[in-house]
Design a protein around this ligand. Sequence first.
Ligand SMILES: Nc1nc2c(ncn2[C@@H]2O[C@H](COP(=O)(O)OP(=O)(O)O)[C@@H](O)[C@H]2O)c(=O)[nH]1
Ligand SMILES: Nc1ncnc2c1ncn2[C@@H]1O[C@H](COP(=O)(O)OP(=O)(O)O)[C@@H](O)[C@H]1O
Length: 212
Amino acid sequence: MDQPLRTRRGLLIVLSSPSGAGKSTISRLLLQADPEVTMSISATTRPKRPGEVDDVDYHFVSEAKFDAMIDDGDFVEWAPVFDHRYGTPKAPVKAALKSGRDILFDIDWQGTQQLHAAMGEDLVRIFILPPSMDELERRLRARATDSEEVVAYRMARAANEISHWAEYDYVLINRDMDACLVQVRAIVAAERMKRQRQIGLVPFVRDLVTGR
Ligand SMILES: Nc1nc2c(ncn2[C@@H]2O[C@H](COP(=O)(O)OP(=O)(O)O)[C@@H](O)[C@H]2O)c(=O)[nH]1
Ligand SMILES: Nc1ncnc2c1ncn2[C@@H]1O[C@H](COP(=O)(O)OP(=O)(O)O)[C@@H](O)[C@H]1O
């Protein structure tokens, strides 16, 4: 009898934020905590940072390969960000949704708008704000993966990314990482229940009232 309760459509969960606000960290913690969530691994033309692993953090590809992926219709969305291009491969998204699993996207506001246009119904958009611009800069430096120049460029672009905050369904302030993760998990839990009500509960309620 509990089988229908688990039947639900997969969610498309988007996390966006200015660079350094904490979305990669929150994504990693959510994936560790919740086996029903898979990560969408983007393709990018940006160089690999120290510690990043190809096909785990990103699919690091050449400009020519990225062009070919566009031409082949491999992306559900793609956009230029910080002088590089980033795109979401279509096939893993389809596979996750078909199997009823949720898929998590760490993408910017441009990609979020495109996903919304393509598959808005099951999209859950979460925007992460830093507690202050000073703290954002401190986190970018503390991460110690980017040069001074790259940090300055990302700070200069932060206000533009933040200007899209109101296009999101939920807006969180990442002061404390644990508290922020609790909030993200609460959102995911509530959004799942919404879909269960729409799909999984229909046969359950039918059997309930007919006494089967
Ligand atoms: N539209 C789009 N944006 C992406 C994609 N992958 C990553 N991004 C965004 O590109 C921006 C830069 O990402 P990254 O170079 O990893 O820097 P970080 O945000 O500082 O970790 C971030 O805002 C990401 O959310 C993608 O597939 N599509
Ligand atoms: N709530 C927080 N408090 C303190 N440091 C944080 C917090 N959230 C993230 N960080 C740190 O800030 C840096 C940037 O976080 P990251 O997840 O890489 O950001 P993004 O993916 O948004 O660019 C990392 O060193 C991370 O450990």
